[in-house]
Ligand binder design. Structure first.
Ligand code: SF4
Ligand code: SF4
Length: 281
Protein backbone atom coordinates (compact mmCIF):
# COMPACT_ATOMS: atom_id res chain seq x y z
CA UNK A 1 0.00 0.00 0.00
CA UNK A 2 1.28 3.49 -0.91
CA UNK A 3 2.36 5.62 2.03
CA UNK A 4 -0.45 7.79 3.37
CA UNK A 5 -0.01 11.52 3.81
CA UNK A 6 -1.68 11.80 7.19
CA UNK A 7 -3.42 9.91 9.97
CA UNK A 8 -5.72 11.96 12.18
CA UNK A 9 -5.58 10.79 15.78
CA UNK A 10 -8.18 12.28 18.10
CA UNK A 11 -6.63 12.14 21.57
CA UNK A 12 -9.39 14.21 23.17
CA UNK A 13 -13.03 13.78 22.24
CA UNK A 14 -14.09 16.86 24.20
CA UNK A 15 -13.52 20.52 23.68
CA UNK A 16 -13.33 23.67 25.79
CA UNK A 17 -15.23 25.64 23.13
CA UNK A 18 -18.58 25.20 21.42
CA UNK A 19 -18.49 26.34 17.81
CA UNK A 20 -21.87 26.52 16.14
CA UNK A 21 -20.48 24.91 12.97
CA UNK A 22 -18.85 21.96 14.77
CA UNK A 23 -20.50 18.62 15.53
CA UNK A 24 -18.39 18.21 18.71
CA UNK A 25 -21.27 19.60 20.78
CA UNK A 26 -23.70 16.93 19.49
CA UNK A 27 -21.29 14.06 19.83
CA UNK A 28 -21.57 11.99 23.00
CA UNK A 29 -18.56 12.75 25.15
CA UNK A 30 -15.78 10.36 24.29
CA UNK A 31 -13.01 9.45 26.71
CA UNK A 32 -9.52 10.82 26.34
CA UNK A 33 -7.41 8.36 24.37
CA UNK A 34 -5.23 6.35 26.73
CA UNK A 35 -1.46 6.64 26.23
CA UNK A 36 -1.44 2.83 25.82
CA UNK A 37 -3.80 3.01 22.86
CA UNK A 38 -1.93 6.00 21.45
CA UNK A 39 1.34 4.06 21.60
CA UNK A 40 -0.26 1.01 19.94
CA UNK A 41 -1.54 3.22 17.11
CA UNK A 42 1.80 4.96 16.61
CA UNK A 43 3.75 1.71 16.71
CA UNK A 44 1.48 0.11 14.10
CA UNK A 45 1.17 3.12 11.81
CA UNK A 46 4.49 4.98 11.96
CA UNK A 47 5.69 3.45 8.69
CA UNK A 48 2.32 3.77 6.95
CA UNK A 49 2.15 7.55 6.91
CA UNK A 50 4.21 10.69 6.47
CA UNK A 51 2.70 12.36 9.53
CA UNK A 52 0.17 12.07 12.34
CA UNK A 53 -2.19 14.91 13.22
CA UNK A 54 -3.72 15.18 16.66
CA UNK A 55 -7.25 16.16 15.76
CA UNK A 56 -10.63 15.04 14.50
CA UNK A 57 -12.97 16.66 16.99
CA UNK A 58 -12.10 18.00 20.42
CA UNK A 59 -9.16 19.97 21.78
CA UNK A 60 -5.93 17.94 22.01
CA UNK A 61 -4.28 20.31 24.51
CA UNK A 62 -7.01 19.33 27.02
CA UNK A 63 -5.57 15.83 27.35
CA UNK A 64 -4.52 15.29 30.99
CA UNK A 65 -1.54 13.14 29.92
CA UNK A 66 -0.39 15.34 27.08
CA UNK A 67 3.21 15.12 28.23
CA UNK A 68 3.17 11.29 27.97
CA UNK A 69 1.50 11.47 24.54
CA UNK A 70 4.15 13.87 23.22
CA UNK A 71 6.92 11.70 24.71
CA UNK A 72 5.56 8.69 22.81
CA UNK A 73 5.58 10.76 19.60
CA UNK A 74 9.23 11.65 20.26
CA UNK A 75 10.12 8.07 21.17
CA UNK A 76 8.85 6.78 17.79
CA UNK A 77 10.30 9.81 15.97
CA UNK A 78 7.10 10.55 14.06
CA UNK A 79 6.25 13.83 12.34
CA UNK A 80 3.55 15.39 14.45
CA UNK A 81 0.95 18.01 13.60
CA UNK A 82 -1.42 19.47 16.19
CA UNK A 83 -4.65 21.32 15.47
CA UNK A 84 -5.82 23.39 18.40
CA UNK A 85 -8.11 26.30 19.16
CA UNK A 86 -5.13 27.89 20.93
CA UNK A 87 -6.88 28.60 24.25
CA UNK A 88 -4.41 26.51 26.27
CA UNK A 89 -1.35 27.41 24.31
CA UNK A 90 0.31 29.55 26.99
CA UNK A 91 -0.12 26.83 29.57
CA UNK A 92 1.47 24.15 27.38
CA UNK A 93 4.17 26.25 25.78
CA UNK A 94 7.15 24.54 27.49
CA UNK A 95 5.74 21.12 26.66
CA UNK A 96 5.20 21.98 22.99
CA UNK A 97 8.58 23.65 22.72
CA UNK A 98 10.30 20.52 24.02
CA UNK A 99 8.49 18.15 21.62
CA UNK A 100 10.97 17.30 18.87
CA UNK A 101 8.36 15.57 16.72
CA UNK A 102 6.19 18.65 16.37
CA UNK A 103 6.51 20.00 12.83
CA UNK A 104 3.20 21.84 12.43
CA UNK A 105 0.80 23.64 14.72
CA UNK A 106 -2.56 24.77 13.35
CA UNK A 107 -4.52 27.30 15.38
CA UNK A 108 -8.17 27.71 14.44
CA UNK A 109 -8.73 31.42 14.92
CA UNK A 110 -12.25 31.18 13.48
CA UNK A 111 -13.14 29.04 16.51
CA UNK A 112 -12.00 31.74 18.90
CA UNK A 113 -13.98 34.58 17.33
CA UNK A 114 -17.16 32.52 17.18
CA UNK A 115 -16.92 31.72 20.90
CA UNK A 116 -15.15 34.62 22.61
CA UNK A 117 -16.26 37.49 20.39
CA UNK A 118 -13.91 39.91 18.72
CA UNK A 119 -12.52 41.90 21.67
CA UNK A 120 -11.55 38.91 23.78
CA UNK A 121 -10.10 37.11 20.76
CA UNK A 122 -7.98 40.15 19.95
CA UNK A 123 -6.76 40.21 23.54
CA UNK A 124 -5.93 36.51 23.37
CA UNK A 125 -4.11 36.87 20.05
CA UNK A 126 -1.97 39.69 21.40
CA UNK A 127 -1.03 37.40 24.32
CA UNK A 128 -0.28 34.30 22.27
CA UNK A 129 1.74 35.92 19.47
CA UNK A 130 4.86 36.26 21.71
CA UNK A 131 4.40 32.56 22.68
CA UNK A 132 4.23 31.57 19.03
CA UNK A 133 7.43 33.51 18.42
CA UNK A 134 9.09 31.62 21.29
CA UNK A 135 7.94 28.30 19.79
CA UNK A 136 9.25 29.22 16.34
CA UNK A 137 12.61 30.27 17.78
CA UNK A 138 13.01 27.09 19.81
CA UNK A 139 11.82 24.67 17.12
CA UNK A 140 13.56 25.42 13.80
CA UNK A 141 11.51 22.90 11.78
CA UNK A 142 8.13 24.03 13.10
CA UNK A 143 5.50 25.70 10.89
CA UNK A 144 2.54 27.49 12.43
CA UNK A 145 -0.71 27.97 10.53
CA UNK A 146 -3.23 30.48 11.80
CA UNK A 147 -6.47 29.25 10.32
CA UNK A 148 -9.16 31.59 9.05
CA UNK A 149 -11.81 29.26 7.75
CA UNK A 150 -14.71 31.70 8.06
CA UNK A 151 -14.34 35.06 6.45
CA UNK A 152 -17.02 37.10 8.19
CA UNK A 153 -16.80 40.67 9.50
CA UNK A 154 -15.27 39.72 12.86
CA UNK A 155 -12.61 37.54 11.27
CA UNK A 156 -11.71 40.30 8.83
CA UNK A 157 -11.15 42.74 11.71
CA UNK A 158 -9.05 40.12 13.45
CA UNK A 159 -7.03 39.64 10.30
CA UNK A 160 -6.37 43.39 10.01
CA UNK A 161 -5.16 43.46 13.63
CA UNK A 162 -2.89 40.50 13.02
CA UNK A 163 -1.34 42.18 9.99
CA UNK A 164 -0.70 45.28 12.10
CA UNK A 165 1.23 43.18 14.63
CA UNK A 166 3.56 42.11 11.82
CA UNK A 167 3.84 45.52 10.16
CA UNK A 168 7.24 45.89 8.50
CA UNK A 169 7.54 42.18 7.62
CA UNK A 170 7.60 41.17 3.97
CA UNK A 171 4.32 39.37 3.52
CA UNK A 172 4.12 36.69 0.83
CA UNK A 173 0.61 36.09 -0.53
CA UNK A 174 -0.32 32.80 -2.19
CA UNK A 175 -3.71 31.47 -3.24
CA UNK A 176 -4.68 30.10 0.16
CA UNK A 177 -2.11 31.49 2.53
CA UNK A 178 -0.26 34.58 3.52
CA UNK A 179 3.20 34.35 5.09
CA UNK A 180 3.52 36.79 7.97
CA UNK A 181 7.15 35.87 8.68
CA UNK A 182 9.19 32.73 7.98
CA UNK A 183 7.27 29.64 9.18
CA UNK A 184 4.23 31.62 10.35
CA UNK A 185 1.33 31.58 7.90
CA UNK A 186 -2.28 32.61 7.79
CA UNK A 187 -4.31 29.90 6.11
CA UNK A 188 -7.56 30.80 4.37
CA UNK A 189 -10.23 28.25 3.54
CA UNK A 190 -13.97 28.36 2.94
CA UNK A 191 -16.31 27.14 5.66
CA UNK A 192 -17.69 23.70 4.94
CA UNK A 193 -20.65 21.79 6.23
CA UNK A 194 -19.91 18.66 8.21
CA UNK A 195 -21.55 15.69 6.50
CA UNK A 196 -24.36 14.04 8.41
CA UNK A 197 -26.72 11.16 7.73
CA UNK A 198 -29.88 13.29 7.99
CA UNK A 199 -28.83 15.53 5.11
CA UNK A 200 -30.29 14.94 1.64
CA UNK A 201 -28.24 12.87 -0.79
CA UNK A 202 -25.94 15.15 -2.79
CA UNK A 203 -24.65 12.57 -5.25
CA UNK A 204 -23.86 8.88 -5.60
CA UNK A 205 -20.84 9.70 -7.72
CA UNK A 206 -17.60 11.33 -6.77
CA UNK A 207 -14.03 10.81 -5.71
CA UNK A 208 -12.50 11.27 -2.28
CA UNK A 209 -8.89 10.89 -1.12
CA UNK A 210 -10.00 9.18 2.10
CA UNK A 211 -8.21 5.87 2.76
CA UNK A 212 -5.68 6.50 0.01
CA UNK A 213 -4.11 9.65 1.46
CA UNK A 214 -5.47 9.70 5.00
CA UNK A 215 -7.80 8.20 7.59
CA UNK A 216 -8.68 8.94 11.19
CA UNK A 217 -9.00 7.34 14.61
CA UNK A 218 -11.41 8.63 17.23
CA UNK A 219 -10.37 8.79 20.88
CA UNK A 220 -12.36 5.61 21.63
CA UNK A 221 -10.31 3.71 19.02
CA UNK A 222 -12.92 3.77 16.23
CA UNK A 223 -11.19 3.93 12.84
CA UNK A 224 -12.88 6.25 10.34
CA UNK A 225 -12.04 7.01 6.70
CA UNK A 226 -11.65 10.77 7.08
CA UNK A 227 -11.49 13.58 9.62
CA UNK A 228 -15.08 14.62 8.83
CA UNK A 229 -16.67 11.47 10.24
CA UNK A 230 -16.71 12.81 13.80
CA UNK A 231 -19.68 10.62 14.77
CA UNK A 232 -17.97 7.44 13.61
CA UNK A 233 -20.75 6.66 11.12
CA UNK A 234 -18.28 4.77 8.93
CA UNK A 235 -16.69 2.70 11.69
CA UNK A 236 -14.17 0.49 9.91
CA UNK A 237 -12.94 -1.21 13.06
CA UNK A 238 -11.47 -0.47 16.45
CA UNK A 239 -7.75 0.12 16.90
CA UNK A 240 -7.94 -1.15 20.46
CA UNK A 241 -9.00 -4.64 19.36
CA UNK A 242 -7.54 -5.01 15.87
CA UNK A 243 -4.37 -3.94 14.10
CA UNK A 244 -4.43 -0.88 11.85
CA UNK A 245 -3.29 -3.01 8.90
CA UNK A 246 -6.19 -5.43 9.42
CA UNK A 247 -8.71 -2.59 9.65
CA UNK A 248 -7.46 -0.97 6.44
CA UNK A 249 -7.92 -4.28 4.63
CA UNK A 250 -11.48 -5.02 5.83
CA UNK A 251 -14.00 -5.56 2.99
CA UNK A 252 -15.74 -2.27 3.88
CA UNK A 253 -12.52 -0.24 3.66
CA UNK A 254 -11.40 -2.00 0.47
CA UNK A 255 -14.77 -1.46 -1.16
CA UNK A 256 -14.72 2.26 -0.34
CA UNK A 257 -11.27 2.63 -1.90
CA UNK A 258 -12.16 0.60 -4.99
CA UNK A 259 -15.42 2.46 -5.56
CA UNK A 260 -13.79 5.90 -5.07
CA UNK A 261 -11.37 4.91 -7.83
CA UNK A 262 -14.36 4.16 -10.08
CA UNK A 263 -15.95 7.51 -9.14
CA UNK A 264 -18.67 5.93 -7.00
CA UNK A 265 -19.73 6.64 -3.44
CA UNK A 266 -20.87 3.57 -1.51
CA UNK A 267 -21.24 4.95 1.98
CA UNK A 268 -24.41 6.84 2.93
CA UNK A 269 -22.34 9.57 4.62
CA UNK A 270 -20.23 10.08 1.50
CA UNK A 271 -23.37 10.47 -0.64
CA UNK A 272 -24.31 13.37 1.62
CA UNK A 273 -20.85 14.94 1.86
CA UNK A 274 -20.34 18.39 0.37
CA UNK A 275 -16.66 18.46 1.16
CA UNK A 276 -15.80 16.24 -1.81
CA UNK A 277 -16.85 19.05 -4.15
CA UNK A 278 -13.33 20.34 -3.44
CA UNK A 279 -11.84 17.28 -5.14
CA UNK A 280 -14.01 17.77 -8.25
CA UNK A 281 -12.25 20.95 -9.33
S1 SF4 B 1 -12.66 24.46 18.78
FE1 SF4 B 1 -12.65 22.89 17.16
S2 SF4 B 1 -13.31 20.99 18.14
FE2 SF4 B 1 -13.78 22.67 19.55
S3 SF4 B 1 -15.93 23.12 19.13
FE3 SF4 B 1 -14.69 24.51 17.88
S4 SF4 B 1 -14.40 23.49 15.88
FE4 SF4 B 1 -15.14 21.96 17.37
S1 SF4 C 1 -16.68 11.60 0.89
FE1 SF4 C 1 -16.77 12.93 2.71
S2 SF4 C 1 -17.55 11.62 4.34
FE2 SF4 C 1 -16.85 10.27 2.68
S3 SF4 C 1 -14.79 9.76 3.22
FE3 SF4 C 1 -14.68 11.54 1.87
S4 SF4 C 1 -14.65 13.35 3.23
FE4 SF4 C 1 -15.32 11.56 4.43
Amino acid sequence: MKKLKKIFVEISGCCNLKCEFCPAAQVKTRPFMSPTLFEKIIKESKDLTERHCLHVLGEPLLHPQLQTILKIADQYKIQLEITSNGLLLQEHLPLLASCESLIQLNISLHSLTSNLGLEKTLEHIRTIIPSLEVLLDRSPKLFINLRFWRQDKEDNTLLEELLKLYEGEQFIQKEKNLRLRPRLLIHFEKTFEWPHLNAPIRSEKGYCHALSSHFGILSNGTVIPCCLDGHGDIALGNAEQESIEEILQTPRAKKMREQFNKGLLVEELCKRCQYIERFEK
